[in-house]
Ligand binder design. Structure first.
Ligand code: HEM
Length: 505
């Protein structure tokens, strides 16, 4: 008997030592001994994918989760750690204090096909290539001086837009017009003329292309492919047809862009306003190998896509959202109309003084940020944020929607109140982290001046020339506000409104 006890003891002892060593080794495994941000429960293999994938309101889901787990919350999309940032203070840490650490973008498989191996500005990796491209982009298209030089285009296109409103309303016997559709066409035309020196909406091909970009292309950019997060399941995108859709859309886009470039190569560049247009300038870099900037055709195409996708879609969504708010708040609409009604021509100086219009636009960007999760970033190195260890490769999503509804930053955040901005210095240019619809820091949006100038002008014009109401006197609170999240957030049902012309165009 004693022998048996002794035998058991000799077995238990090494087993215990092994167990202790194993636990010790486990603690040493990367990630297990770290002070990580709080996380909600996750599923095996998929992690928290179900909380983000395919949902049109992931920003709402993430907002609720953050209320439980805090402004820095760690999710797992499959095996990839994703940090969700939900307060102004935490966003400041990421995009100001540690901007250099978080200035990369995630690389998703679909981007390689849709965005020419990430050769564009918005998703290319941080580094010399991105720096060079972004400065060319800004210098030749988006500086304040360039934006001012496009004034003539904004004015012409706004008048054409207003004439279309009159025609379409007349053809339906004074009925409603689809503002969503018209805003999208208007911004497409303004951007194409400013960047490419011509409109593409006049041809059937150009119309098809706009539709392809605004719907399918944008939709694919936001579709999470499971293989990006659980690599051994990447075959699913082949089976469910996602890969085929990406190939088809990428080909459709490339065919059109090849035509655009050919057209520019065959037609001698026409100087416009105070210089050539953006595509012609890109072609000069392409042809001139001594300039020190090496630009190939794919880069030009990728940049055109940045202009169209980043520029057109977001700008038209903001216009749609402002008009939605004005139709829901007729007293706010009247206040703007009282300001614009006596102006003869609306000049840049007039716009500069229209503080209430600016407040309405800011409040709309706060209330409905068009990119509620911004564009994701990636940590380039291990870093400690507010006591939490964040490892290299962690994706960062900033929930601007949650930040803009945070009661510690905003009084009555659920109310649409433009007046809150009248005596406030808070702006959306990336310095006030409670309002960052355009992001901030190195990867912040370079198109703020371009889009805001366009938005201000067209709104002032449309409110000067027309009275607007909802179809059949629908009260504002009955409007269908369902939204769908692409790269930006847009309405599921187009915005319809009835115009009545109040002065000549
Ligand atoms: C209301 C209109 C717009 C909104 C709400 C918007 C919003 C944004 C946001 C949230 C980002 C990501 C910022 C970050 O990561 O910190 C971004 C990036 C970008 N936007 Fe905009 N944008 C708008 C208009 C434009 C326009 C008109 C253009 C150009 C014609 C443009 C070009 C870009 C580019 C190229 C980037 C990528 C910058 C980089 O990664 O370095 N955007 N935009």
């Amino acid at each position: 008997m004693e022998d048996e006890i002794h035998e058991v003891q000799t077995l238990i002892f090494p087993a215990l030592v092994c167990l202790i060593l194993f636990l010790f080794w486990l603690c040493k495994l990367p990630g297990t001994n770290k002070n990580l941000p709080p996380s909600p429960p996750k599923l095996p293999i998929f992690g928290n994918l179900h909380q983000l994938a395919g949902s049109s309101s992931s920003h709402h889901t993430l907002h609720s989760l953050a209320q439980k787990h805090g402004p820095l919350m760690l999710l797992h999309l499959g095996s990839v750690p994703v940090l969700i940032v939900s307060s102004a203070d935490a966003a400041h840490e990421i995009m100001r204090t540690h901007d250099l650490t978080f200035c990369d973008r995630p690389k998703y498989k679909a981007y390689n096909k849709l965005l020419y191996n990430c050769k564009d500005v918005s998703v290319s990796p941080y580094g010399e290539y991105w720096r060079q491209l972004k400065s060319i982009f800004v210098l030749h298209l988006l500086t304040n001086k360039r934006v001012q030089s496009f004034r003539y285009i904004r004015e012409q296109e706004t008048t054409i837009f207003a004439k279309r409103i009159v025609q379409e309303s007349a053809s339906s016997g004074g009925g409603p017009v689809s503002l969503s559709q018209m805003f999208s066409e208007f911004t497409y035309d303004v951007i194409c003329r400013s960047a490419f020196g011509r409109k593409y909406s006049d041809s059937e091909n150009g119309k098809k292309f706009r539709k392809l970009i605004m719907t399918e292309f944008v939709d694919l950019l936001r579709t999470l492919s499971i293989g990006d997060f659980v690599p051994w399941l990447s075959w699913i995108s082949r089976v469910n047809g996602l890969d085929k859709r990406v190939d088809k859309v990428a080909k459709g886009v490339d065919d059109f862009l090849e035509g655009v470039i050919q057209q520019h190569m065959e037609t001698p560049p026409k100087p416009m306003f105070d210089g050539e247009n953006f595509v012609d300038i890109m072609l000069q870099f392409y042809n001139d190998h001594t300039s020190g900037v090496s630009i190939d055709k794919d880069i030009i195409k990728a940049l055109i896509l940045d202009v169209l996708v980043a520029g057109t879609h977001s700008t038209s969504i903001v216009l749609e959202r402002v008009m939605t708010q004005l139709l829901q708040h007729p007293t706010v609409m009247k206040k703007i109309r009282d300001i614009v009604k006596d102006k003869h021509d609306i000049t840049d100086d007039d716009l500069e003084k229209m503080h209430y219009l600016k407040a309405v636009i800011k409040e709309t960007l706060r209330y409905h940020p068009p990119n509620p999760l911004l564009i994701p970033r990636v940590a380039r190195r291990d870093v400690n944020i507010k006591g939490y260890n964040i490892s290299t490769g962690t994706i960062v999503m900033t929930n601007v929607f949650a930040i803009c509804r945070d009661p510690t930053s905003w009084d009555e955040p659920e109310k649409f109140q433009p007046e809150r901005f009248l005596n406030s210095s808070i702006d959306f240019k990336g310095l006030d982290f409670e309002l960052i619809p355009f992001g901030s820091g190195r990867r912040g949006c370079p198109g703020i001046a371009f889009s805001v100038t366009t938005i201000e002008y067209v709104l002032a014009f449309l409110l000067q020339k027309f009275n607007w109401k909802l179809p059949d006197g629908t009260p504002g609170h009955d409007m269908d506000m369902s939204e769908t999240l692409g790269v930006t957030l847009c309405r599921v049902h187009p915005l319809l409104a009835v115009p009545s012309q109040i002065c000549t165009l």
